[in-house]
Design a protein around this ligand. Structure first.
Ligand code: DGY
Length: 305
């Protein structure tokens, strides 16, 4: 904010909830640049309400909240923040995996609720080893690769599915084996999702997909909530179609207490904190600002969509 204010007249939306639709449209009326977040819907109507807009700089790697095609038609540059958040997001994916499979949060809830009443028996609170299990990565891009490197250190076997198979050298370097989507579903002990949200990935994980997964399998999602059909996931978790889920993203955020996921014991929930480390968020801020500056000076942002 200090850096922004040194160079620009800044209109800031304050508060703990996203700006209202009306607020966004009226705020965009005179704006030449916009810094936004993944929960701000910068769709065609918003862009049309911004006749002077030249640059959108999103403080995120995801840009599914922006109508990029419309921005392109209007000659508006879109900057985003990949790379700097790769490692932090991979850490959260693995954290969810470990937490879920070793039941850390479940144990935490048990103790805080006064439920740990006897010394542990041989089969109490048993979890699942990561070692020797097959991790299926959907979307082996930057973050997927960082997850693969971590999972290899835990002794997991790595398979992946992408729209396009990676070069053999990359596969060898990561020890990752390419499989079709069906095989990824049926052969994985854990599936970690790293695809962007778009029409083709909408509700990719629905009841049909869960039915093809192992009953002992876990789903980890740190990409976008709408890649998973949440009501179908809830049913799959309640009826033992799959064993558990670790989620950092949801169909609707923030998650309310009325969301049935909140009451399921076999789920670990995080409040969309994939990139949330002090170091990463500061790098993202720096990058978002540089993207904005460059765009407003008529140059190409460091990372543009
Ligand atoms: C992103 O960057 O897209 C994340 O969802 C928020 O950090």
């Amino acid at each position: 904010m200090r850096r922004l204010r040194r160079s620009y007249d800044v209109d800031v939306h304050e508060g703990r909830l996203p700006i209202s639709r009306r607020g966004l449209l009226s705020g965009l009326r005179d704006a030449e640049g916009l810094i936004c977040f993944p929960f701000d819907s910068v769709d065609a109507a918003a862009l049309d309400a911004a006749p002077r807009l030249r640059v959108i700089s999103t403080y995120s790697v995801g840009f599914d909240h922006i109508d990029v095609e419309r921005a392109k038609e209007r000659g508006i540059v879109v900057g985003y923040t990949p790379e700097v958040l790769t490692e932090a997001t991979a850490d959260i994916s693995v954290a969810l995996m470990l937490d879920l499979m070793r039941r850390v949060s479940e144990g935490d809830r048990l103790i805080r609720g006064g439920g740990w009443r006897s010394v542990f028996g041989a089969v109490d609170y048993v979890g699942t080893d990561l070692r020797g299990k097959t991790l299926g990565i959907l979307g082996l891009g930057r973050i997927g690769e960082a997850v693969a490197r971590r999972a290899a250190a835990f002794g997991m076997n790595i398979t992946y599915h992408n729209r396009h198979r990676l070069p053999a050298r990359t596969e060898r370097g990561l020890g990752a084996r390419y499989v079709g989507f069906g095989r990824l579903l049926s052969g994985s002990d854990v599936i970690s999702v790293h695809v962007p949200y778009r029409g083709a990935t909408h509700h990719l994980f629905d009841s049909g997909a869960f039915a093809r997964m192992k009953r002992t399998a876990y789903l980890i999602n740190t990409s976008r909530g709408r890649v998973v059909c949440e009501p179908d996931l809830v049913r799959a978790l309640q009826t033992g179609v799959i064993a558990g889920a670790g989620l950092d993203v949801f169909e609707s955020e923030p998650v309310r207490r009325s969301n049935p996921l909140v009451r399921l014991p076999n789920v670990v929930l995080a409040p969309h904190i994939g990139s949330s480390t002090a170091e990463t968020r500061s790098e993202m801020a720096d990058l978002a600002l540089r993207n904005l500056d460059l765009g407003l000076r008529g140059k190409r942002p460091v990372h543009s969509v």
